[in-house]
Design a binder for this molecule. Structure first.
Ligand code: GRF
Length: 202
């Protein structure tokens, strides 16, 4: 069955691109029905246009309050009738109302091995803490930041010569593998959430 997915992204969109590529290659059985962005300057918009994906811009700066912004975002999301919302570098924390509107229908990628290093600058946090392994996590979104049930993780070594940028680049390579893989498993109906665990069916 071809699923409908909608992507939320705020910036460069390299993870969005990895998902577009996997859809085009026939690896993910889905159609990307929209890119929704809060940033009219996001390079993700160019990627969507090249792939013929409709773009919805909900410009955060044009709303008088966060509440009004979230109301517009919720309505834009509902209109997509998506089976899955993919947060691919969406840089705002989603309010409870939005998260609760799409239970178990939203996934995020975070550039750390959760539950370590939540929030911003995860790669910098890993370097400063001195961990020897870092990585990325794809997880379902719940009401808490970077906290929902974990679908996949991939890890990389942290080298003594690393700075934030070199580590981020090594992690990003793994993100581009993990994210399309997790979206594929979802679209194939193979993810089962049991409590806070995700079982991957064969
Ligand atoms: C990635 O590192 C992702 O893990 C984080 O934001 C970054 C987005 O990068 N949530 P891109 O826009 O997908 O290139």
């Amino acid at each position: 069955m071809t699923r409908r997915i909608a992507v939320l992204a705020s910036g460069r969109g390299s993870n969005f691109q990895a998902i577009i590529d996997a859809i085009q290659a026939g690896t993910i059985p889905a159609r990307c029905v929209a890119l929704i962005t809060d940033n009219p300057e996001a390079y993700a918009i160019v990627r969507a246009e090249k792939a013929g994906i409709p773009v919805v811009i909900i410009d955060y700066a044009s709303f008088a309050s966060r509440e009004l912004y979230e109301r517009a975002l919720l309505s834009a999301m509902q209109q997509q009738e998506a089976d899955l919302f993919v947060l691919a570098g969406y840089m705002r924390i989603l309010g409870k109302g939005i998260v609760q509107a799409f239970p178990h229908k939203m996934v995020n990628i975070h550039p750390a091995l959760l539950p370590s290093f939540t929030g911003l600058h995860a790669q910098r946090q890993a370097i400063e803490y001195g961990v020897k392994l870092a990585g990325c996590t794809v997880h379902f979104v719940d009401e808490h930041l970077d906290c929902g049930p974990i679908i996949l993780q991939r890890c990389v070594p942290v080298l003594e010569t690393d700075d934030e940028d070199s580590l981020a680049e090594r992690i990003l390579y793994e993100e581009h593998i993990a994210f399309p893989e997790a979206v594929r498993l979802f679209c194939e109906g193979r993810l089962e959430i049991v409590g806070r665990k995700v079982r991957i069916r064969n």
